[in-house]
Write a protein that binds this ligand. Structure first.
Ligand SMILES: NC(=O)C1=CN([C@@H]2O[C@H](COP(=O)(O)OP(=O)(O)OC[C@H]3O[C@@H](n4cnc5c(N)ncnc54)[C@H](O)[C@@H]3O)[C@@H](O)[C@H]2O)[C@@H](O)CC1
Ligand SMILES: Nc1ncnc2c1ncn2[C@@H]1O[C@H](COP(=O)(O)OP(=O)(O)O)[C@@H](O)[C@H]1O
Ligand SMILES: [K+]
Length: 472
């Protein structure tokens, strides 16, 4: 099952649906127990709880309440808890009383030597960056930070990382993940999801991520009755005299990602076939043969010939992926995609996105990718550390690559080949894009194993990654 991420409003609706549990403080008790558990786990891992020192940074809302109750639990375990109240007269009264009763103390300045710090400044009620008083406290912190619900200063719905904001080693959240836990994943550290008894939320056009098991289950594999044609033949249109490598990488990725057949169309036919003899190559679309999906664009050039190819391919009723040069050409001819009814997947990086949208991606990538997908009536995959794949109706799959080793020339060509072959196999564009992004990211991390890679190494790791996912 895909993991769902909620907006702050959706979280509030779910909390209110619990009625008494919210009103009588049960939710907060469960939440604070989860925070305490995370801190205790870390302290135990590094020598135990008794006599260790934990700082609490407390804001004006319920987020601070969670942190104060967690502090009370820690203090009862013999942890020395010191709390800084950023807005003393609005600190959560019950939480503060509990902390004091358990032996925790309120201080003006955090002790210098701390084992951990709990960020209870802002939760889903926060907006904007840390204010100066909070920023000053965190500027002195060197201990690992456990963020309550979210690292303060990061926007819950958009994941926009304001400056200044907190960088957490662990984030403990409650009942359901929030958008920022995916969109700003690199700032959250490990994320612990604590069950506090919220009812399930169903927002089909929300933000999701696929699990590895989802990807493994969706990956096309040949069945007993299959032959080379029945699994979906992908046609790669890529490369030029100047960029033959794009053709080789995209075609090789298609060969690696699914069984069946890969066709290639373009001027690099000889080079492609010499690398991958199994590819059936042609110089032009006219003698390409039948395919079930096209992947068009990497290194193909942006001239009249490219436009003609794009026009022909987009006029078919086949699924089409457009990438790279194909997107640059498309940006001048958006009606070619607006008028389509067959599945269309556009895979821009930030620069190509700006060409398509007529304006930059901006900080709120989620809203930007949703808006472009709705405007064009096509699925849009926005590349980056967090890849976002938006359908025209607003459902979005995100993938945190987990590392940034894929930021290397030619990696996008590999993604095109993988996603194109999944489209040909019949996956809907959003799932094709999301599955491809996951395997691509895992392949980058596996190939790199801590040292830089080029796109060829990434490509070589695609098959082992698929194998591991399917065998897990
Ligand atoms: N409702 C509940 O019973 C539950 C709430 N929980 C916690 O409550 C949090 C939400 O609580 P709140 O709605 O009180 O919101 P917050 O605790 O996020 O605090 C918002 C407060 O901070 C102020 N503020 C907003 N932006 C600021 C900024 N940039 N700098 C300084 N102050 C700023 C606001 O005026 C408001 O007073 C969740 O994130 C979670 O931690 C959990 O205990 C689970 C149950
Ligand atoms: N910082 C990053 N972390 C992880 N993956 C990244 C990062 N930057 C780019 N990528 C991924 O690498 C690929 C780069 O594609 P692209 O920009 O089209 O490059 P090229 O055109 O050189 O092939 C995409 O799959 C993208 O999501
Ligand atoms: K917080």
């Amino acid at each position: 099952m895909p993991i769902q991420y909620l907006t702050a409003d959706a979280v509030r609706v779910a909390e209110h649906a619990t009625g008494d549990l919210l009103a009588n403080g049960t939710l907060m008790r469960r939440a604070s127990a989860g925070v305490a558990r995370a801190v205790i786990g870390e302290l135990n891992r590094t020598g135990g709880c008794y006599g260790r020192a934990v700082g609490l940074v407390i804001g004006a809302g319920n987020n601070g309440g969670d942190a104060l109750y967690a502090g009370a639990i820690l203090a009862r375990r013999g942890v020395r808890c010191s709390a800084v109240l950023l807005v003393p007269d609005r600190a959560h009264a019950g939480g503060l009383a509990a902390l004091r009763a358990a032996g925790g103390r309120v201080v003006d300045v955090l002790p210098v030597s701390l084992d951990m710090v709990v960020d209870g400044v802002l939760g889903i009620g926060g907006t904007g960056p840390l204010r100066p008083a909070a920023a000053e406290v965190f500027a002195q912190v060197t201990a690992p930070i456990v963020a309550v619900d979210l690292p303060s200063g990061i926007d819950a719905d958009t994941g926009v990382v304001n400056d200044p904001s907190v960088r957490a080693a662990i984030t403990v959240t409650f009942g359901a993940y929030r958008n920022l836990h995916l969109l700003a994943a690199p700032r959250c550290g490990r994320i612990d999801l604590v069950d506090i008894g919220l009812p399930p939320t169903d927002t089909p056009d929300g933000l999701f991520s696929l699990t590895d098991a989802d990807v493994a289950g969706l990956w096309p594999v040949p069945g007993p009755a299959d032959d080379k044609y029945t699994q979906g033949v992908v046609g790669i249109v890529a490369g030029s005299a100047r960029y033959p490598g794009a053709a080789i990488l995209a075609s090789g990725a298609a060969v690696s990602a699914t069984s069946g057949m890969t066709r290639y169309v373009g001027s690099a036919a000889d080079q492609v076939v010499s690398h991958y003899p199994e590819v059936v190559a042609a110089n032009g679309l006219a003698d390409a043969g039948k395919v079930q999906a096209w992947a068009v664009g990497p290194g193909m050039g942006t001239g009249d010939e490219a436009l003609e190819i794009l026009r022909t391919v987009l006029a078919t009723d086949l699924p089409v992926l457009v990438d790279a040069d194909g997107l640059t050409v498309l940006a001048q001819n958006l009606d070619l995609v607006r008028g389509r009814s067959a599945p269309t997947l556009l895979t821009p990086h930030a620069g190509e996105f700006a060409r398509l949208a007529g304006t930059g991606v901006g900080d709120d990538r989620l809203s930007a990718v949703r808006a472009l997908a709705a405007e064009l009536g096509a699925t849009v995959l926005l590349k980056g550390r967090i890849t976002l794949v938006a359908t025209p109706t607003g459902r979005v799959y995100g993938n945190d690559a987990g590392s940034s080793w894929a930021a290397t020339a030619g990696a996008g060509d590999v993604l095109t080949g993988i996603a194109g072959s999944l489209l040909a196999a019949g996956l809907e564009p959003a799932l094709a894009g999301a599955c491809a992004a996951r395997v691509h990211a895992l392949a980058a991390a596996r190939a790199a194993a801590g040292a830089p890679i080029g796109a060829s190494a990434l490509l070589a790791a695609v098959r082992p990654v698929i194998r591991d996912l399917r065998n897990a």
